[in-house]
Write a protein that binds this ligand. Structure first.
Ligand code: NDP
Length: 338
């Protein structure tokens, strides 16, 4: 059983050498009487929050730190080989939390979802139809309460979550602008995902002036994925009673001291509501989400771009690549086709 082992707690930018691929001789079985599930992992998901788990967390967090010497843990798509749980049987496909290894013994299978619709790429259950897709859905519809004609700004817009938020916003009838870190990504936003406009934030010297150029009358909704300087500039450009969904702040995850935010007073002056959320609180809406999104995919109203690294051994590079914007679209690792 090949595994990607987390070596030790990380400070600063994560590197491939913070993980190593090792062979484990331990034979996995579902113990007698246990309700565990033995799976073969097919696709694994690289997600920015995993960097937070690489830290030694001395404050309570919604996730625990990874264990040095143990496999990386994350979302994935897997085939059930043996099951002690009444909800799952041999042959089922599932998505949920698993290990970065060829085979995993999932000890809390009730946290996994059974995959019923296989007429879409299975890898979508790490992205569009999995945790990031749900994040876009609840963050946009539940936190931002969008209305037709409103102006929407999305940072890290070409990523797993952002590309979907933008398409949802267009379907509602909003004016949508995204920021991303390369020309290729800006082209995707405008030409593939149907954003009204997009810019490369790395080429903009004055983000406040940039946002004023794209939103002369201000921003109704900001879907926050990056934090830091971008958030500060957005705060200056929010409209009266605007909404900010605080989804993530990837620009801060590698810093020992988070950057200060200067313009928070604007929340008061413009009566802006800024709300943080964690997707796992909303999984009860998953079936409703599927009912909404599956037809939209089939009708071609929603498209999705993935960046698939082939082979477990390429997992560490794929994961650290998120923090330099190496991924174009949702970063997935293909462990095995079957
Ligand atoms: P992405 O697929 O967008 O990958 C991360 C992207 O972030 C990179 O490709 C890069 O794109 C951008 N990035 C990296 N470093 C920086 C930086 N220093 N400044 C600005 N941009 C940077 O990730 P996801 O779509 O999966 O996640 C987006 C956000 O949503 C993250 O902050 C994540 O933590 C958060 N999230 C929150 C959840 C919740 O429950 N609240 C659940 C899931 C995700 P570029 O080339 O454009 O710079």
């Amino acid at each position: 059983n090949r595994q990607v082992i987390f070596r030790d707690y990380v400070s600063g930018s994560p590197e491939e050498t913070d993980m190593e691929v090792r062979e484990s001789a331990l034979e996995l079985r579902v113990p007698e009487g246990s309700n565990g599930v033995l799976v073969r992992n097919l696709y694994l998901s690289c997600d920015p929050y995993m960097r937070i788990r690489m830290r030694k967390l001395d404050v309570p967090s919604y996730r625990e730190s990874f264990q040095p010497g143990s496999p990386i843990i994350g979302y994935g798509v897997a085939r059930v080989l043996e099951s002690g749980h009444p909800n799952f049987k041999k042959g089922d496909l599932i998505w949920g939390i698993t290990g970065w290894e060829e085979y995993s013994l999932i000890t809390e299978p009730e946290t996994c979802f059974k995959i019923e619709h296989i007429d879409v790429p299975l890898s979508y259950y790490t992205g569009l139809l999995g945790m990031p897709g749900m994040t876009a859905y609840v963050g946009f519809f539940k936190v931002c309460s969008p209305k037709k004609g409103e102006t929407v700004f999305i940072s890290a817009a070409s990523g797993a979550v952002g590309q979907l938020v933008g398409q949802f916003a267009k379907l509602v009838g909003c004016y949508v602008v995204g920021s991303a870190g390369s020309k290729e990504k800006v082209d995707l936003l405008k030409n593939k995902f149907g954003f009204d406009d997009a810019f490369n934030y790395k080429e903009e010297l004055d983000l406040d002036a940039t946002l004023k150029r794209y939103f002369p009358e201000g921003i109704d909704i900001y879907f926050e994925n990056v934090g830091g300087k971008m958030l500060d500039a957005v705060l200056l450009n929010m409209k009266l009673r605007g909404r900010i969904a605080a989804c993530g702040m990837i620009s801060q995850y590698n810093l020992e001291q988070p950057e200060g935010i200067c313009n928070l007073m604007n929340l008061i002056l413009k009566q802006v509501r800024m709300e943080g959320f964690v997707v796992s609180d909303y999984y009860h809406l998953y079936l409703k989400f599927l009912e909404t999104v599956l037809p939209q995919i089939k009708e071609g109203k929603i498209v999705y771009v993935e960046d698939i690294a082939k082979g477990l051994e390429n997992g560490p590079a794929a994961l650290v690549g998120l923090f330099s914007g190496h991924n174009v679209g949702k970063q997935v690792i293909m462990v095995s086709r079957e």
